[in-house]
Design a protein around this ligand. Structure first.
Ligand code: PEP
Ligand code: MG
Length: 995
């Protein structure tokens, strides 16, 4: 027998509705035949016809829009409408898995909530009532019925998973009466009190805005009073005390009593869930992971019948993955807790047990889970992240979603699932977001290092990190911004610690398992995490942690190894990362698909060999200027710059030539068989000289030298005058003075001063107001031809020497900063002349290409003529971005760009994300004009954007031949190049978007 339904809260609950919307609803009622409103109110006069029309339109839309779907009805493919969680519950129900009955309130309802000024949409609660009624029928229970109460969970869930960032309320429907009924039904007062106090805390926090800490304090206070260390040691009476104190706390802290009416609870809970979409953790998370409204724009609210994992020892709660999300191994993986509710596992309040132990604890359930993981993977063709509850020996599924995995696991599962026939090669590739490969670049602890961990926790997210211990997220954020390396160290983490995660190098917790909040979030971010390090006793008040007798203070340096859970004091030896073996398979597939080649920006033999190791198909940019900074070369370079005549300049250049030749030869050897693009000197010459300030300071000190010597010569006498004690210093003063006097007598100080003054003079001559737009690149090459001649000579001689050693050498000479064909016409004959001379001298044939950087807007516009001489183009998008925006690449990022990004003038930093509409447009023009002149014109990109996946996709779309990026980004670029093709084939290619 069901108790009569309590009065409906919905539209009579005037407090929730602005008069305008009530008016609006009634206005519509006159027009809309299929009127679903039952509102008692008066129609006042509506302001204007336009307003009436608008309001009518909105209300009509709301009135006819369906907001609820049962799990049997909902379209599991429509995550946008039902949220990921809702869609998963619908799918699982429909493919025959046991899911507690329930229904979803759509994301559209949440959108309407915000559109209507954070008010529950008109008609929604009516619909919810109907669905609750159906739920009562299905379960045979009554909402608010003390004899057989229906309790529900209200869970958030948007189209994209945002683990732990939004809210969930469990056990809704409990009040003093229904709790009494539950006791009568279960005979377990302790269980009911436990469930009730959990509900009060969640509901109080999410629905009514009470602070979590207040509940925690009460809980700990009662535990202390009872002498309990574990939650499970609390008696029914103790829990009853807690629940009563919780109610008082709610009243005191929110000024509102806890509502005993379950319908009022439901309304408040739905509103709480809706609001959590705009909560700080959710907003921060979306910003960090670039979750734009077209990906997920609201949360659904899923109302699901409660099942209990905390009703005794034949009950449990668990979370798991259909494969190991840390390694990708094809095994059921996760944690469970007997006699507990879901939040205990996720919040890391108790340390759970690994799922493999369920095989002995509950063998039948373990078998069922094994079967079920196969069913889910077959349906979703993706590794699933599941939540379940075991109530009195029955396994209920509460959630399934695509698992978030680290790059290792993604890589292995991609290859395995393709082999198992679950996915195609293309799908396997698309699973690997190119930027994820960066995780392979994490350092790890040298396995041969003789080090002992201080403590061992759970390996929650792989990789190793060293940093200063910081115990709270706000401080971690602040110090992180100041450039400190941080290890965020917490007893357990919560969603509002998210900003601390962003700032930290690694995360360390003393509680929680592999699926605790800390573990899941860190894995998603690819940051190392050690969780459940129970040997670590953290005291936030004292800002210290203890491991046995060892005390770790905030600011102490520690190292953690998320791959095996070890935790060390201080720094430890680390190793550079290695790529996993399955990646090689994926990379082979990627290279087969990709059309763009991936080359490297590499200036040294070491970088070249790294590039080759990562699969570079050539060097797209060898910046020769970086070769002049070595200690033995810089003085020669300076002398060459300071030279007063071409002859003198050439004599210094001749000294530098063998050094450049040796560099090029080594790079040619390393890149045997692959093209090497060598760019002639680019930066302004004064970059190799000291600054004017430095030189002014030095010359003034040298000028004062004579007076200083005179003073020193008189110093021994003065010292003796001052006191006999000081006499002991006289011999050393005399020794220094003697040497300096000789220096002066020989006139050496004057020579040094002359040299410095000469240098100062040249620096002044070379100084420019705008050096990036001044005498640099080809302009400098034309002003001082001896420099380019020397470099060209070195390139061809190195090539000749390499050829003699049977090395397949393919030099490509690239001219920087070109804006007109005439510049190329000036350089090219010199190249050819030296080429012929070297061929003759060494008696070899050297094949080479001559080309240009395209990094000036005019070069893009005049690309058709440049291609008459240039055999290849390489886009220098760093300079091209600078020139197109007229944003100094040295200043913009520290000065106004962050403001531009914050106020939305620019969505991205164009030096990082290619501006497709502006810079990209110029590139496209250059490609088409260049190829009109020379159809086989080879075109690449060597600006920083060449390693950025979105820009790589763009480069593919406009028909470039290769992208060139730093050696460590090569795997990322190769994957991005494959994605570009697959997305194009599938019609998913992005269109150029920017502000
Ligand atoms: C560029 O401008 O994009 C480029 C690669 O050259 P640099 O960064 O050396 O000026
Ligand atoms: Mg440049």
């Amino acid at each position: 027998m069901m108790r009569p339904r309590p009065a409906r809260v919905r539209l009579d609950h005037n407090a929730f509705f602005h008069l305008k919307f009530v008016k609006m609803a009634l206005y519509v009622a006159l027009y809309v035949k299929k009127n679903t409103y039952r509102v008692k109110s008066e129609i006042g006069s509506l302001e204007t016809t336009k307003e009436k029309g608008e309001m009518a339109k909105q209300a009509q839309k709301a009135a006819t829009k369906r907001c609820c779907y049962t799990f049997e009805e909902g379209d599991g493919a429509n995550k946008k409408l039902l949220g990921g969680k809702g869609a998963g519950l619908c799918t699982m129900t429909q493919i025959g898995l046991l899911v507690p009955p329930g229904f979803c309130i759509t994301t559209e309802a949440n959108l309407d909530y915000f559109a209507q000024g954070s008010r529950i949409p008109v008609g929604l609660m009516d619909e919810v009532h109907d669905y609750m009624e159906a739920l009562e029928k299905k379960t045979g229970k009554g909402f608010g019925d003390p004899k057989n109460p229906l309790l529900v969970s209200v869970r958030s869930g948007s189209a994209l998973s945002m683990p732990g960032m939004m809210d969930t309320i469990l056990n809704l429907g409990l009040n003093d009466e229904t709790a009494q009924g539950m006791v009568a039904l279960t005979g377990d007062e302790r269980f009911v009190n436990d469930v009730y106090r959990r509900f009060l805390q969640l509901f109080g926090k999410i629905g009514l805005g009470a602070q979590d800490a207040g509940f925690d304090e009460i809980f700990e206070e009662v535990k202390k009073e009872q002498g309990a260390t574990l939650d499970t040691e609390l008696s029914a009476e103790a829990l009853s005390t807690i629940r009563e104190r919780f109610k008082e706390y709610i009243q005191k802290s929110t000024g509102r009593p806890f509502p005993h009416d379950p319908w009022a609870q439901l309304l408040i809970a739905i509103e709480g869930i809706f609001k959590s979409w705009m909560g700080k953790p959710a907003v921060d998370y979306r910003r960090q992971f670039n979750i734009t409204p077209d990906l997920a724009n609201a949360t659904a609210a899923n109302i699901c019948t409660m099942v209990f994992g905390n009703m005794g020892n034949d009950c449990a709660t668990g979370v798991g993955f259909t494969r190991d999300p840390g390694t990708g191994e094809n095994v059921l993986y996760g944690d469970y807790l007997i006699n507990a509710q879901g939040e205990d596992v996720v919040a890391g309040i108790r340390t759970p047990r690994p799922l493999k132990e369920l095989r002995t604890d509950m063998p039948a359930i373990h078998r069922e889970l094994e079967k079920l993981r196969g069913i889910l993977e077959k349906h979703y063709r993706e590794v699933q992240d599941i939540e379940f509850t075991i109530e009195r020996g029955r396994l209920y599924m509460l959630q399934t979603r695509n698992a978030k995995m680290n790059a290792w696991a993604l890589c292995k599962t991609s290859v395995d699932m393709e082999k198992e026939g679950l996915i195609t090669k293309e799908e396997a590739l698309l699973r690997m977001e190119p930027d994820m490969l960066e995780q392979f670049l994490h350092r790890r602890i040298d396995p041969h290092a003789k080090i002992e961990p201080l403590a061992v926790g759970i390996s929650a997210s792989p990789g190793a990190a060293t940093g200063k211990v910081v115990f709270d997220a706000d401080r971690a954020e602040r110090l992180g911004k100041e450039g400190e390396k941080i290890i965020l160290t917490r007893i357990e983490t919560r969603p509002d610690d998210i900003h601390g995660f962003f700032a930290a190098q690694g995360i360390l917790t003393s509680r929680g398992g592999k699926t605790s909040h800390a573990a899941v979030v860190a894995r998603g971010m690819g940051k190392p995490c050690v969780s459940g390090d129970e040997g670590l006793d953290i005291n936030y008040d004292l800002k210290e942690a203890r491991v046995g007798k060892v005390v770790i203070k905030e600011g102490d340096i520690v190292t953690l190894d998320g791959t095996n859970g070890n935790f060390f004091l201080g720094t430890v030896p680390m190793l550079d990362p290695e790529l996993p073996k399955d990646l090689a398979i994926l990379m082979q597939w990627a290279d087969k698909v990709a059309k763009l080649e991936v080359w490297a920006n590499a200036d040294t033999p070491d970088m070249a060999s790294k590039a080759r190791h990562h699969g570079a198909k050539g060097i797209g940019l060898c910046r020769t200027e970086r070769m002049f900074n070595a200690a033995e070369r810089l003085p020669l370079m300076r002398s060459m710059i300071l030279a007063e005549s071409p002859e003198e300049r050439k004599s210094w250049a001749d000294k530098l030539m063998p050094m450049q030749r040796a560099d090029f030869l080594e790079i040619f050897r390393t890149m045997d068989g692959l093209p090497v693009t060598i760019r002639l000197l680019d930066p302004p010459l004064h970059e190799f000289l000291p600054s004017i300030e430095e030189l002014l300071n030095e010359t003034s000190r040298l000028r004062e030298f004579s007076q200083m010597i005179n003073a020193l010569e008189q110093l021994p006498g003065t010292v003796t005058l001052l006191g006999p004690d000081l006499y002991q210093h006289v011999p050393s003063i005399e020794a220094v003075t003697r040497e300096l006097s000789e220096f002066k007598a020989k006139g050496l100080d004057q020579k040094i001063l002359n040299d410095k003054e000469h240098m100062l003079h040249r620096v002044r001559v070379l100084c420019e107001y705008n050096p990036m737009l001044g005498n640099r690149g080809v302009r400098c090459g034309i002003s001082f031809p001896e420099i380019y001649d020397m470099q060209i000579q070195a390139i061809f001689e190195a090539a000749a020497l390499a050829l003699r050693d049977k090395i397949d050498v393919r030099p490509e000479i690239m001219v920087p900063n070109v804006c007109t064909l005439q510049e190329l016409i000036w350089v090219q004959p010199r190249v050819e002349k030296i080429h012929l001379e070297v061929e003759k001298h060494y008696n070899v044939k050297i094949k080479y290409k001559f080309g240009t950087m395209v990094e000036i807007a005019r070069a893009c516009v005049r690309a058709g003529t440049l291609a008459q001489t240039a055999e290849f183009f390489s886009f220098g998008t760093n300079d091209l971005t600078q020139g197109t925006f007229s944003f100094s690449r040295e200043d913009a990022e520290n000065k106004f760009l962050p403001i531009y990004n914050t106020v939305g003038i620019l969505k991205d930093n164009p030096f990082e994300i290619l501006d497709e509409l502006g810079v990209g447009w110029l590139m496209q023009l250059a490609v088409s004009e260049g190829r009109k002149t020379r159809p086989d014109l080879k075109i690449g990109i060597c600006g920083e954007h060449g390693g950025q996946p979105q820009a790589i996709e763009f480069c593919h779309r406009i028909g470039l031949n290769y992208v060139s990026c730093s050696p460590m980004r090569i795997p990322i670029a190769r994957m991005a190049a494959a994605h570009a093709v697959i997305k194009e084939r599938r019609g998913h290619a992005a269109s150029s978007k920017s502000l």
